[in-house]
Ligand binder design. Structure first.
Ligand code: ATP
Ligand code: MN
Length: 464
């Protein structure tokens, strides 16, 4: 008999119909006369209730129906007598596809997230991780849909790169060299000429530089791929391997860039509210009671747009007023998460796009303002998250870009191709990077970035 997914069973009202479902047992309870089995197949957060009359089934078989076991069940779809569910299945045939031994780590309710991380291979079978993974999938679809409908080309930038000057973070090296037998020159430098690519290569920290090549030919592109940073930051918002979405658009200035970022994020949030109701309601109940309210708030309100200099003034006022920050506030500093969250959560109570940062704390490619001090950077700061997007208008002037590269002592020997965009028909352009997992954190209300990706990679952790 053909299997029906549980999501479709729960929507169906074909009472009396014979159906087959397959899935994993969440719970079994019951009396001498009847057993109730809650079965889940991952198609929805909801379980279907299987009603099994004890007399119709072999006692040895029912004993194998334990939490975590995998079943195939045939039966009749009936209207449920119980509250909270509409349809259930009166079982006629139960087959145990896979028994589950008593050590199954996911059977107890209320396990800590830390415990579940150690069992990341099985945590996907819990309600919370099922909800998070379905929302993660939906966000990927929403992203592709948004850009496709707005005429962006999905552009694949390389994962292995030879440019070590992107400056976005520490890089993981890629090599086929025998690390036990490294050839070095007189100065102790490793000789890469006999390495696979004939030069030093690493995993990319960003697809932006190649993305600019795409945008200045195709008009508007976006990337959506894995990104790697070997920074040793053990925070709830950093991964060593994460996914990034990087749109890049020719002829957009910083204001267009802000409009795009705001419209794009709102589209993703709206998509979640429209397509992930059951999962959001579950997370709202179990994880964060203000989640849905916060998503609606972001949707309905304009983001505050504020210059860095004005942001610093607000923070300095707060310090004068007695607010204690861990890190001191002064013009020129990079904002710490506590500062970002103060602006967003306490001062404006609204997402903030902070622009025009001091050039010293931002990347070489950002467009320089006429004041000689700031660049057209923009960070989108979100409640609970802090920085969710970082972007800028790019410096399109060849001489200014080169001067900045020299000032910042950036190794450009492998970057001639990047500078060529400014020599051959340069144009104003802008773009940004959205951390996919930070978006998922926001949309799910989860607290730790390790819990919104199936198998997190962080310092000292590469299990599964
Ligand atoms: P942060 O200051 O939070 O470390 P960043 O300024 O180094 O981030 P960018 O280089 O601007 O980050 O990268 C663009 C976006 O990628 C960020 O806004 C963030 O959403 C995401 N991101 C950056 N680093 C990480 C990381 N280690 N793990 C997950 N997401 C990240
Ligand atoms: Mn940034």
């Amino acid at each position: 008999m053909k299997r029906t997914k549980i999501i479709d069973i729960l929507r169906s009202q074909d009472y009396g119909q014979s159906v087959c479902v397959k899935g994993w047992v969440r719970t079994r309870r019951g009396s001498k006369a009847v057993n109730f089995i809650a079965l889940n197949d991952g198609s929805t957060i909801k379980n279907v209730q299987i009603v099994a009359d004890v007399e119709k089934f072999d006692a040895d078989l029912l004993r194998l129906v334990t939490t975590g076991a995998c079943l195939s069940v045939e039966g009749t779809l009936v209207q449920s007598q119980g509250v909270g569910q509409s349809s259930e299945i009166q079982a006629t045939k139960i087959e145990v596809l896979g028994t589950c031994d008593a050590e199954y780590p996911m059977q107890k309710k209320g396990q800590t997230f830390e415990f579940m991380r150690q069992h990341a291979h099985l945590r996907l079978r819990t309600n919370t991780f099922g909800a998070v993974m379905r929302i993660r999938h939906n966000m990927a679809i929403a992203i592709h849909q948004y850009f496709h409908e707005h005429g962006f080309v999905y552009f694949h930038t390389p994962i292995i790169t030879a440019s070590d000057c992107e400056g976005a973070g520490e890089m993981f090296q890629v090599t086929t060299k025998n690390l036990y037998d490294l050839k070095k020159d007189e100065e102790g430098h490793i000789d890469y000429s006999d390495d696979f690519f004939g030069k030093m290569t690493s995993l990319t920290v960003s697809g932006q530089l190649e993305g600019e090549l795409g945008a200045t030919a195709l008009g508007a592109i976006y990337t959506f791929g894995p990104t790697f940073r070997a920074e040793n930051s053990n925070t709830p918002r950093h991964l060593a391997e994460f996914w990034m979405i990087e749109p890049e658009v020719a002829f957009n200035d910083i204001n267009d860039n802000m409009d795009l970022a705001e419209d794009f994020i709102k589209h993703c949030v709206r998509w979640a509210l429209d397509n992930c109701q059951d999962d959001l309601e579950f997370l709202n109940k179990m994880i964060d009671p203000t989640l849905i309210e916060r998503l609606n708030f972001v949707l309905e309100n304009d983001f505050v747009r504020l210059k860095y200099t004005d942001g610093i003034k607000i923070l300095e006022e707060a310090v004068k007023g007695g607010h204690k920050f861990e890190f001191p506030v002064s013009w020129g500093m990079d904002l710490a998460s506590e500062h970002e969250r103060f602006l967003v959560e306490q001062h404006f109570k609204c997402p903030v796009i902070l622009t025009d940062y001091p050039k010293e704390i931002k990347a070489f490619y950002m467009k320089q303002n006429d004041d000689g001090k700031t660049v057209r950077a923009m960070d989108v700061l979100f409640p609970q998250i802090g920085e969710i997007i970082g972007g800028s208008e790019r410096e399109e002037n060849y001489d200014k870009l080169l001067q900045r590269i020299k000032e910042m002592d950036i190794p450009m020997k492998d970057m001639w191709w990047y500078l060529d965009t400014r020599r051959f028909g340069t144009c104003p352009h802008s773009g940004f990077g959205l951390g996919f997992e930070r978006l998922i954190l926001f949309v799910t209300g989860m607290q730790n970035i390790r819990d919104v990706i199936p198998f997190p990679r962080t310092p000292k952790t590469a299990e599964f």
